[in-house]
Design a protein around this ligand. Structure first.
Ligand code: ZN
Length: 242
């Protein structure tokens, strides 16, 4: 069942150690088949070297395991909540990558200070509201998803334009149209977190990216007038042939 998606999610998981985003087994990627309402996620606590595509666990949108010999990631309820409330995402990744965790530990947003940030994230990446003692006791992982969604609602953020969030004193979640795109966004987040940290070390002056530069970079890559890369070149060629 979902063999192709299992392979994609397996490969996306294997990118995490290669990109320096995980230590030991601290991370997980999932990817969803929206038509079937099923998603595929890494099993809990399995070493990346030992992981195989067949180990991936199939889960439904109620968070129930549909297929798999191993237990799914302990963060599965967070993934379930995000898939249910962010209906256009196709993949989710969670890591404990150290620069993003540093901002999460400080309970600070990762601010938009440079164009690398603006190429992928249209706003500051928000630090989600911290969970209460009761929320942690009641349903820790489910409420982790809930506080991310609530933070996006409270701050009128668009989850497609800003495809990541920090969980307070914990770490980042990132998402995207596919599992591979979610991993890409998680890596960009880690890079900009490191850059922001160094910018703060270098200057105490405000380094906020002006809105016109943020707009320029974000919309160069996203939306109907995007022109970065080769996609447009191809479509122009096709248009000429008609
Ligand atoms: Zn975690």
């Amino acid at each position: 069942m979902l063999e192709q998606l299992k392979r994609e999610v397996y490969e996306a998981n294997m990118q995490l150690p290669k990109l320096g985003l995980v230590t030991f087994t601290w991370g997980n990627v999932s990817g969803i088949d929206r038509k079937q309402g099923l998603y595929v996620i890494k099993p809990s606590g399995v070493d990346y070297e030992k992981l195989t595509p067949e180990d991936m666990v199939v889960v439904n949108l109620k968070g129930e395991v549909v297929e798999g010999k191993l237990n799914p990631s302990s963060d599965t309820p967070t993934h379930t909540y995000l898939y249910n409330h962010f209906p256009k995402i196709g993949g989710i990744v969670h890591t404990h990558s150290p620069w993003a965790v540093s901002f999460a530990a400080a309970n600070m947003d990762i601010p938009a200070l440079n164009t690398t940030h603006a190429d992928t994230f249209y706003t500051d990446v928000p630090a989600a509201n911290a969970l209460t003692k009761e929320e942690i006791a009641e349903d820790y992982e489910g409420n982790t998803g809930k506080t991310i969604v609530q933070t996006f609602q409270d701050r009128h953020l668009d989850y497609e334009a800003t495809p990541a969030a920090l969980v307070s004193q914990h770490g980042p979640f990132a998402w995207g149209e596919t599992a591979a795109k979610a991993v890409y966004n998680a890596k960009v987040l880690e890079v900009v977190a490191q850059e922001d940290f160094h910018t703060f070390e270098l200057t105490h002056r405000s380094s906020e990216l002006p809105q016109y530069l943020l707009d320029k970079h974000y919309y160069r890559k996203h939306g109907k007038n995007a022109y970065y890369g080769q996609t447009n070149a191809q479509s122009k060629t096709h248009a000429k042939r008609k």
